[in-house]
Design a protein around this ligand. Structure first.
Ligand code: C5P
Length: 301
């Protein structure tokens, strides 16, 4: 996450994430699932702009920005508006926590596809917590922000500790890990998005759960090809049950020479890990022929 103080505004860059490993350890009594997941942020960003509002009101607006830079109408986003949007909920949680009555005008410029398993909504929520903590001068610690983040969603705390971390519990227990060097990916987003709750409901926890250690060690020692063999997403079969197009996407990826490929989070975005930027650009070009939104990205430093 990047913060940029401009003349009369604070701009926060909220990155997307990819799950390089996602094991489902079991279902919990509270309806959530215990996980072990390795997440990394990549250079595909939403931006949030915080400005002084005309009154003590909080106003929130959102526009969709394509990679070419054109701006679409809000309704094309399929985003929950008003009180249900995670940005609005993050503002409310902060106001409740601190009792602050100041207003703010927030503009969200959305580039990260929604319902894709790329963590866009969670990243926006984390950016709101961090942005307003700065903009309003609240002085909340990272620990306190982490607790508020966990209230908002399982993936939100990760974005306070990005760029890479192993997350456990329902996702809120974050252990940052350092992955040296840039990793290059191509992300493809099918037209159909997926509901996280629906995919988790359909998933089968692992009988013999795998661990992320070997994958993390392989990345840390620069052995990307060995790491790629250990990519895992236990939610994939469930997501493919919910979205027939995903099997076809996996088939398209398997025709190319990636180091490895899999779905991110609860889908429906799918990604390939590449040797370098050059290979990523070449393979992205081949996927672009299919009717999917394709992004060529690298892991955040
Ligand atoms: O935490 P979040 O609101 O993002 O989760 C959305 C839904 O995904 C939850 O209501 C739950 O059904 C499912 N989920 C889960 N186990 C997790 C994370 C999410 O079952 N660890």
């Amino acid at each position: 996450m990047l913060l940029q103080q401009r003349a009369e505004a604070l701009v926060v860059w909220a990155p997307a994430k990819l799950n390089l490993f996602l094991e489902v350890l079991g279902k919990r009594r509270d309806g959530y699932h215990d996980l072990e997941t390795l997440m990394v942020t990549v250079n595909l960003y939403d931006t949030l702009c915080f400005k002084e509002g005309p009154s003590a009101e909080v106003s929130f607006s959102c526009e969709s920005v394509s990679y070419g830079g054109s701006v679409a109408a809000d309704r094309s986003l399929e985003l929950p508006g008003g009180q249900d949007n995670l940005v609005v909920r993050a503002v409310e949680v902060l106001r409740r926590e601190t009792g602050i009555g100041r207003g703010v005008a927030i503009l969200l410029r959305k580039r990260i596809p929604v319902r894709a398993g790329l963590g866009g909504g969670s990243s926006d929520a984390a950016a709101t917590l961090v942005g307003l903590n700065r903009w309003w001068g609240l002085g909340l610690s990272v620990e306190r922000l982490g607790a508020l983040a966990a209230e908002l969603g399982s993936d939100v705390p990760f974005f306070l500790h990005a760029p890479s971390a192993v997350c456990r519990g329902r996702g809120e227990r974050v252990e940052p890990v350092r992955l040296p060097g840039a990793l290059h990916f191509v992300i493809a987003c099918p037209a159909q998005g997926l509901s996280t709750a629906r995919v988790f409901t359909a998933c089968e926890p692992a009988r013999h759960p795998q661990r992320s250690d070997a994958l993390v060690e392989a990345f840390q020692s620069g052995r990307s090809a060995a790491a790629a063999k250990r990519l895992l997403n236990r939610l994939s079969p469930a997501a493919e049950q919910c979205c027939a197009e995903l099997g076809w996407v996996r088939g398209s990826f398997s025709r190319h020479a990636w180091l490895g490929h899999q779905m991110s989070g609860s889908g429906s975005a799918y990604f390939g890990l590449c040797r370098d930027r050059r290979q990523a650009r070449a393979l992205a070009g081949r996927l672009s022929a299919a009717a999917m939104r394709v992004f060529c990205v690298r892991s955040s430093p």
